[in-house]
Write a protein that binds this ligand. Structure first.
Ligand code: W6P
Length: 393
């Protein structure tokens, strides 16, 4: 039908990644018409690129009810934005566009959970082979990254043009040009600690360590989306707290604190969180970022006494996507028997903080077809050499 034709058309274009600096410049020269004209093309392009990829998913997964629901949501939203393709640009159109964006954002609120449900449905109804698992991992990383980017665009437009102008607010849309990393760390810590106290009746202390290589002694202010940073830190805190509480036992009279180091270098901002929660085997580290592994039904879920603080849900893989979204990263380094370091890397320079976006093309489609088994390293146990890597870009 018509929508299929439109999808073919818009999926031919590559998404245009913006840097944080461009988001800021765009926000400061605030012109709603310009933003509208950019988005009425860019949003369909980003939607079409990822919708084409949904269609390449393993058939078993595509048939799951939850995946169909998500697919329908995308189709509806795509059609709603396409309506503005040839609209003439007047006040009324601009207002209706803002309203459409808000409606679309609300429609897609639960997409992460719905997709996760789809993966669960697949696992419960089929045996999933390694190849299918790799395809799903590859897809979900790209799908959730696309979602993060589309919500970023929608948030910027609706915050800049949708509401009342607030001149006492230093934010530009959802970007804080003077984002104080330490305040976000404290905020995330306090909220994770609240949960930790509820489950374990105690929680580890927070210890700070700050180093500003560029301006000695100054607090680390960065140009960033505070909600993204909060999301990553909150997730890491929950995991570290859980590790410490489970490792040290409930009768410990003192729990080893969580140490957070914030460093500003020339190129990188590093936020390192160190726990002494006993660590995890190196062979397990990669699994923490796997969606299929994370959706494993948890044996202790019904037992009120062992409700975990962090369920290893999609928290870690999605936190890593937030870091990678503006060309940062999130890395786990564990010493089994001792503890774990989690490092968030962010770009220190806003012009280097470019969106990392999935592009639909022949290369990406290849990952959904059967891969030759590459037995060019000796291994019976699927180490990282023997496992074909699926890069994000
Ligand atoms: C652990 C396991 C983990 C995952 C993510 C962050 C911190 C930690 N600590 O033991």
């Amino acid at each position: 039908g018509n929508i299929a034709k439109m999808l073919d058309f818009y999926s031919q274009f590559n998404p245009s990644p913006l840097s944080i600096k461009q988001f800021i410049d765009f926000g400061l020269s605030a012109c709603e018409r310009k933003s509208f004209i950019f988005l009425r093309k860019e949003l369909p392009v980003r939607l079409a690129n990822i919708m084409k990829e949904i269609h390449l998913l393993p058939e078993n997964l595509l048939r799951m009810r939850s995946v169909e629901i998500v697919n329908d949501l995308y189709a509806t939203s795509f059609e709603e934005i396409i309506l503005f393709e040839k609209a003439d640009v007047n006040e009324n159109t601009l207002d209706r566009f803002c309203q459409a964006l808000v409606k679309i954002r609300n429609r897609h609120t639960d997409v992460v959970q719905t997709m996760a449900q789809g993966v669960l449905e697949l696992k419960e109804s089929h045996d999933v082979d390694v190849q299918t698992e790799n395809s799903i991992q590859y897809f979900l990383d790209r799908f959730y990254m696309s979602r993060i980017s589309i919500r970023m665009l929608i948030n910027q437009h609706t915050l800049l043009f949708g509401g009342v102008l607030d001149c006492h607010n230093r934010h530009i849309g959802c970007i804080d040009p003077y984002c104080d990393v330490i305040s976000v760390v404290k905020d995330a810590y306090e909220n994770a600690r609240f949960l930790c106290d509820q489950y374990y009746m105690a929680s580890p202390e927070l210890v700070f360590n700050q180093h500003n290589e560029m301006e000695q002694g100054n607090e680390t202010k960065i140009v960033y989306v505070p909600s993204h940073l909060y999301h990553m830190l909150f997730e890491l805190f929950k995991n570290s707290m859980r590790a410490v509480m489970e490792h040290c036992g409930s009768d410990a009279d003192k729990y080893p604190g969580l140490k957070v180091t914030v460093v500003r270098g020339k190129e990188d901002i590093c936020v390192k969180m160190s726990d002494k929660g006993g660590g995890i085997p190196r062979s397990q580290t990669d699994n923490l970022f796997k969606y299929m592994y994370s959706t494993a039904p948890q044996p202790s879920k019904s037992d009120a006494h062992t409700v975990p603080l962090a369920g290893y849900g999609y928290g870690l893989p999605i936190s890593r996507l937030y870091a990678r979204y503006f060309h940062g990263d999130l890395i786990l380094l564990s010493c089994e028997g001792y503890g774990t370091d989690a490092i968030i890397y962010l770009k220190a320079l806003s012009n280097e903080a470019n969106e990392l976006l999935p592009i639909f093309n022949k290369t990406s489609s290849k990952f959904y077809r059967a891969l030759p088994s590459n037995a060019d390293w000796s291994s019976q146990c699927g180490n990282s050499m023997a496992t074909r890597q699926l890069p994000m870009n």
